[in-house]
Design a protein around this ligand. Sequence first.
Ligand SMILES: C[S@@+](CC[C@H](N)C(=O)[O-])C[C@H]1O[C@@H](n2cnc3c(N)ncnc32)[C@H](O)[C@@H]1O
Length: 275
Amino acid sequence: MRSQECGRVNFVQVKSKQQAAWASGDFSKVASRIVWVAEQLVESADVQAGDRVLDVATGSGNAAIAAARRNAVVVGVDYVPSLLERARLRAEAEHLDVVFLTGDAEDLPVCGESFDVVTSVFGSMFAPNQYLAADELSRVCRPGGKIALASWTPTGYIGEMFEIFSRFIPPTPGLESPMLWGHADRLEELFRPNAATFVHTRRNCLFKWRSAEENLNFFRTYYGPTLRAFERLDEVTGKELSEALIDLSHRFDRNKGRGALCMEGEYLETVITKR
Ligand SMILES: C[S@@+](CC[C@H](N)C(=O)[O-])C[C@H]1O[C@@H](n2cnc3c(N)ncnc32)[C@H](O)[C@@H]1O
């Protein structure tokens, strides 16, 4: 069973901690800064009017809403109800019909083979049981349909940010890094049993801030994983983490300190055609 290939990690415990982290802060404020990743992904997946689209780990609905803008018939799923409330408000503001359901990416509350396109933007990659999350994305997609993913790469800005977190707060032993989804080989291993073809494209998501300090304050306030990391550190180590994150922002600054900050957040876009 693929679900047992992940060792002896207590997935239930890990997932409940992760869920609390994503529910903290306000991810919808971060999501509004990465809207175009979702817009690009639905185009790469060639979403057409009338397509049935499922957006997994939709958060405040970026890719679900992007698909609805193309007159697809859309469902978004996430396990944080407060983010889904934001998603509903956003869809309503644009007069778009989207159904948002509370549910787990490892146990999706929808029937098998019921969607033409299944998307996940920086979402399913965070599920602790990676085999199960991949199998669920495949299960709900019809044969010949598309599974479209955006995954942070380990060597990009967000990938390195998580690497820094793990230096300060060691991750659960045996738990695989979400950033593995940023490797084409890994995705091909996870999806190969159900995939006919893979198209991988490396892209950059730009984060623009007036300064590294503004960027840090924003992430510590609104981005659950950053907020939670600081909560678990004392004042001295918290200061060290701040310094490491500021240094990271400077390293990824395309403007190299000349004027405002423009950080490149590398991610892997993958479009899989289901067998
Ligand atoms: C980085 S956010 C991305 C949200 C959204 N896809 C976007 O692009 O704005 C990660 C999202 O994944 C959701 N998530 C993580 N693990 C999940 C799981 N096992 N089941 C459902 N949602 C999950 C979180 O609640 C959060 O909304």
